[in-house]
Design a protein around this ligand. Structure first.
Ligand SMILES: Cc1cc2nc3c(=O)[nH]c(=O)nc-3n(C[C@H](O)[C@H](O)[C@H](O)COP(=O)(O)OP(=O)(O)OC[C@H]3O[C@@H](n4cnc5c(N)ncnc54)[C@H](O)[C@@H]3O)c2cc1C
Length: 303
């Protein structure tokens, strides 16, 4: 209850204080801040995907600005010899304003990723975007099969069918790379599973299908139960280590993350950065009010 209260008051706290708690979850404001954190994670044996935090955009000029920033980031990372992949949200590139302009913006990023031997992952947003984002992915995947990846959410009732369709529609299913996560948006029970155990069950069902059909599986969860079950599946089905990776958010469950890395499992960390860190962090807090006590610590403990 107390944690919920604190979490609710975070948007009204001075940014400087919220930053004391947020810096565990966000690399900083600039490309160079992101580079430093990424280099550190890579040195510790992890892979990284970088995300530029963006607020809702209201005109296409902002989409073009975001495209330019991603291109600069890719150029800078590549020039420094730092290997990373890039995650993005299509609405930040104009998806809901002009789907074709959005496609062209993202296409230019995938093309750049191909030139620097990397790839772009299309994050999955709320269910009003599922169909268009899947179409966007398929179109890009036809042209750049090894340089674009997608996310699917286990809580959506349609997801297993979506995975099956991607598998049967593709002439090269081994190039399909899906990040499977539980899903973060509030969706109606008509289209989404609501029970905690039910979502876990479908997550594992989707994952098993992906393993059995040789799709690349990015297993995005901090849920120890799911991690353990995924490992059991990997062992049972003899899935080679180059056909999956675990993924976690920067700063979340670092002990579990380090255990997996030490045990030799591939791990990719999702590293967000950018001027819009404040909105991102208050969202993370609402998701998990238990960590609100960190904010209180930041209030009283001088860093
Ligand atoms: C790499 C990555 C990419 C993602 N991309 C997308 C996407 O494109 N679209 C989408 O809808 N969702 C995305 N998500 C979010 C995902 O859908 C879940 O909402 C989120 O990961 C929480 O689910 P969980 O599987 O970790 O399990 P949970 O049951 O929520 O969490 C398990 C445990 O992990 C810890 N934990 C979880 N989240 C947090 C947190 N934020 N802060 C502190 N501790 C936490 C807690 O100890 C919790 O008990 C992504 C998640 C990851 C890890």
């Amino acid at each position: 209850m107390m944690n919920k209260l604190i979490a609710g008051s975070v948007p009204y706290l001075p940014k400087k204080i919220v930053w004391q708690f947020s810096k565990r979850y966000v690399a900083g404001e600039t490309i160079d801040d992101a580079l430093n954190i990424v280099q550190d994670l890579v040195d510790k044996g992890m892979r990284v995907t970088v995300d530029l935090l963006g607020e809702f955009i209201s005109d296409l000029r902002q989409a073009e600005e975001n495209t330019r920033t991603y291109l600069q980031m890719m150029e800078r990372f590549s020039a420094k010899g730092v290997r990373a992949s890039y995650s993005l949200k299509p609405t930040s590139f104009g998806l809901l304003l002009n789907a074709e302009a959005c496609y062209q913006n993202i296409r230019s990023l995938v093309q750049k990723a191909a030139a620097i031997h990397s790839f772009v992952r299309i994050d999955m947003e709320d269910s009003s975007c599922t169909e268009i984002e899947l179409r966007l992915y398929k179109r890009l995947h036809n042209e750049f099969p090894n340089h674009v990846a997608i996310v699917l959410q286990a809580y959506l009732k349609r997801t297993l069918q979506d995975i099956q369709n991607l598998t049967t529609d593709s002439s090269a299913p081994e190039t399909i790379n899906i990040r499977l996560c539980k899903g973060i948006y509030v969706e109606s029970e008509k289209i989404a599973y609501k029970g905690y155990e039910e979502v876990r069950r479908h997550f594992l069902e989707d994952l098993e299908f992906m393993f059995k059909h040789n799709l690349f599986a990015a297993i995005a969860t901090h849920d120890k139960y799911l991690v353990d079950c995924a490992i059991q599946l990997i062992e049972k089905l003899n899935v080679p280590h180059n056909r999956f990776e675990f993924q976690m958010l920067y700063g979340v469950t670092p002990l579990l993350r380090d255990e997996l890395v030490a045990a030799g499992y591939p791990m990719r960390i999702y590293v967000p950065f950018g001027k819009d860190w404040f909105a991102y962090c208050t969202r993370r807090l609402k998701e998990n009010p238990k960590i609100a006590s960190d904010v209180v610590k930041a209030l009283f403990v001088r860093q």
